[in-house]
Design a binder for this molecule. Structure first.
Ligand SMILES: Cc1cc2nc3c(=O)[nH]c(=O)nc-3n(C[C@H](O)[C@H](O)[C@H](O)COP(=O)(O)OP(=O)(O)OC[C@H]3O[C@@H](n4cnc5c(N)ncnc54)[C@H](O)[C@@H]3O)c2cc1C
Length: 277
């Protein structure tokens, strides 16, 4: 009998199987076109939302599936196992939604999570900058309070879902002189955001249909109501959520490895011995 991880009960197994057939029928046929356009179709997000494959771990009161991270992992595993690497659902449902759930006010959760669950709102998270990767505290993008809004200046790079995102959780400095105590989280609503531009969608070795992008901020105004959690606590929030992110990356990576082994075993078992062997 095939091994089943302890966290996979019958419900999770059913969800995974349904998600797998969804990716096989709705994503794989479009792979070449999506890779050429460097992003998946917007309609695909809406289809995933209609089937309940987005925000599966979010509470039902916010439009989510009412499940747990195990439900998110089932969808991520299904995607990896069919070899679909363009759809940024793991970032959207597995990372961004949790930032909103943990640090958002009730009003913010009601404002963004239901749309994320239907696929009408696509989410991204932007920490990395040209000069700040592993060393998150080296970020230089600033958000300086000016009355009822923050004024954003700087840039981000390598941002998954960057060109398609409707909301971006930004990690930036609201008090550049205060070191890590000056780091905060702000949610940028990208539609009609004056001064916000998406730069290149980056060429990568793999995940070619995922829009990993550069972002630029030139005096972008973000209302103070879009501050996520408390000012100055963004670094601590990010460190907490990065632990979750590592699990998401590990689950996805392991599924890809398992699929590669299964494909290899399948191929090696079915290959006919050559005359020379
Ligand atoms: C496909 C893809 C999608 C991404 N999506 C996002 C996203 O959605 N949002 C986002 O914010 N970022 C995203 N990133 C960026 C990612 O988080 C960064 O690439 C990562 O943080 C590493 O930063 P870096 O690339 O600048 O490498 P660096 O920080 O320059 O590190 C390069 C190497 O040096 C090593 N290193 C660094 N510091 C030390 C040290 N002090 N001691 C020893 N070794 C060290 C690192 O381990 C690494 O091997 C994405 C990246 C990729 C490739």
């Amino acid at each position: 009998m095939a091994y089943r991880s302890p966290w996979v009960d019958a419900e999770i197994a059913d969800l995974k199987s349904m998600a797998r057939s969804f990716f096989e029928t709705e994503a794989l046929p479009h792979r070449e076109r999506w890779e050429a356009q460097k992003c998946v179709d917007r309609e695909f997000w809406l289809k995933a939302g209609r089937l309940g494959l987005l925000c599966t771990g979010m509470p039902e009161e916010y439009g989510g599936g009412g499940g747990t991270v195990a439900h998110d992992f089932a969808v991520m595993e299904a995607q990896s196992q069919v070899g679909e690497s363009g759809f940024g659902g793991a970032v959207h449902s597995g990372l961004v939604a949790y930032y909103l759930l943990h640090y958002g006010t009730e009003e913010q959760k009601q404002r963004w999570l239901p749309g994320m669950a239907t696929g009408e709102i696509i989410g991204a998270i932007a920490m990395t900058e040209p000069g700040a990767g592993s060393d998150l505290k080296a970020i230089r993008t600033t958000a300086i309070r000016n009355g009822d809004h923050y004024l954003l200046n700087g840039s981000k790079t390598f941002i998954s879902n960057g060109s398609s995102a409707d909301i971006i959780v930004l990690v930036l400095k609201t008090d550049p002189a205060a070191g890590v105590r000056g780091v905060s989280l702000l949610v940028l609503e990208t539609k009609d955001a004056a001064g916000f531009t998406v730069g290149r969608v980056l060429e990568k070795l793999g995940m070619k249909a995922q829009d990993t992008s550069e972002l630029f901020f030139d005096d972008v105004q973000v209302p103070v109501e879009n501050l996520l959690g408390d000012e100055g606590k963004g670094y601590v929030y990010a460190l907490n959520q990065l632990a979750h992110e590592r699990l998401v990356v590990a689950v996805t990576g392991l599924s890809v490895i398992e699929s590669a082994v299964a494909l290899t075993v399948d191929y090696a078992s079915s290959a006919k011995p050559s005359a020379a062997s």
